[in-house]
Design a protein around this ligand. Structure first.
Ligand SMILES: [Zn+2]
Length: 199
């Protein structure tokens, strides 16, 4: 089981790990590590890229509970420690888009009662699918959602991402029921009970 360093420390971009398994992913060699800071594709967010020893990490996917790091170049030797480095620019881009999506989804919820059913982060654009008909989201409502989202950005609210106990969970204004586990991303001041988004 790979230790997922990105869960406790999303700012960590360099680490050292050992190869514990070699697989293939879409025709490329792919390694399983004992620990990793590489975020696999999931939750609407594309996979990290970067370097693992002398090889480039070109994709990271979770397959049957294993985190596969697809490599271009020779995979590092099994058992030996190997340095890993996540592409910081790509990660920051995903982080900003994903956080922006949370804020915009919260804004549409608050201003138009429109729930986000899915979203997609890409290299050029980020899209959010709402459960409201387009005709119900006129110019005025779009401007209101935009203003609300910008307000949330300018307030520079704290973000907490961790597992929540059932009692804490019950008190959170979740946008939707968690699909797996109890890891929640909360935007707002938990101590003061001012939560603007919990997802
Ligand atoms: Zn999210």
């Amino acid at each position: 089981m790979t230790e997922r360093l990105y869960l406790d420390d999303p700012d960590r971009l360099t680490f050292e790990a050992r190869v514990v398994g070699v697989r293939t992913l879409a025709g490329r060699p792919a390694v399983v590590l004992d620990r990793t800071a590489f975020y696999p594709e999931g939750g609407g967010q594309p996979a990290d890229r970067g370097r693992l020893g002398g090889a480039a990490v070109v994709d990271v996917q979770e397959v049957d509970g294993e985190l596969l790091h697809a490599l271009e170049g020779a995979p590092p030797e099994a058992g030996a420690p190997v340095p890993g480095e996540v592409d910081a620019v790509r990660r920051r881009d995903h982080l900003q888009q994903h956080h922006g999506q949370h804020l915009l989804s919260a804004a549409f919820e608050a201003t138009a009662g429109a729930h986000t059913v899915s979203f997609h982060l890409g290299a050029e654009t980020c899209s959010i699918d709402l459960d409201a008909p387009a005709a119900s989201l006129g110019e005025e409502r779009l401007r209101a959602a935009e203003a609300r989202a910008n307000d949330l950005v300018f307030r520079d609210l704290p973000v907490t991402a961790r597992d929540f106990e059932p009692a804490e969970l019950a008190a959170l204004p979740l946008r939707k029921a968690p699909e797996k586990g109890a890891r929640i991303v909360v935007v707002g001041d938990l101590a003061r009970g001012e939560v603007v988004d919990a997802s």
